[in-house]
Write a protein that binds this ligand. Structure first.
Ligand code: ZN
Length: 194
């Protein structure tokens, strides 16, 4: 009798775990990194571990919300030509779009460690993305939760979401350490979850 109830228990447990075949392929995030960010770290290993940590944290949230994991691809350290103290999104976007042509990928992220001084509207921004396009600029924050949120916010724009009016959404126009896309989850899942 005990054996039967154990078997039943395992059947029930396994029936409730989504099968591996249901897992959607991951979304590749190609990343270009500002040399100033790399220079914060004493060794290449520390630097790489930190970048992977950012993507892994973002991936956990993205997977829970959208059903797909994020995996980093080519990690390139570089800057658009003539970049000075701050980044102008127009020249950086053109630079990223050209990279995207050569290395097609759902997301191309430029992770910067200097002011982002234009997102069409002058000001200092934590990120810029082209709606429904594949590239974005994300400002690094030494508070890693904000970097993760900035990244997820810009990917949300790439996946067709505009700003949410709710403060607890990642798509609120100011970072609030949110862990859900909230009312914007549906559109992001429709665009990037398939
Ligand atoms: Zn935004």
């Amino acid at each position: 009798m005990r054996a039967i109830s154990l078997i039943l228990f395992f059947l029930i447990v396994f029936a409730t775990i989504p099968s591996i075949a249901d897992e959607k392929p991951p979304l590749i995030v190609s990343i270009v990194i500002d040399p100033l960010l790399r220079d914060r770290f004493a060794t290449p290993e520390e630097f790489e571990t930190h970048i992977l940590d950012i993507i892994n944290r973002a991936s956990l949230i993205f997977h829970a919300e959208v059903g797909r994991r994020l995996v980093p691809r080519v990690i390139e350290v570089g800057l658009p030509p003539n970049t000075g103290f701050s980044i102008n999104d127009k020249s950086a976007f053109a630079w990223l779009a050209e990279k995207l042509e050569r290395h097609p990928s759902r997301f191309w992220v430029f992770l910067i460690d200097r002011p982002l001084a234009s997102c069409d509207i002058p000001g200092i921004w934590s990120g810029c993305a082209m709606m429904n396009e594949s590239y974005s600029i994300v400002a690094y924050n030494s508070d890693i939760g904000y970097t993760v949120q900035n990244l997820l916010h810009e990917l949300g724009h790439n996946c067709g979401a505009d700003h949410s009016e709710f403060e607890d959404s990642i798509m609120y126009f100011i970072g609030r350490n949110a862990v859900s896309y909230g009312d914007k989850t549906g559109i992001i899942r429709d665009t990037c979850g398939q």
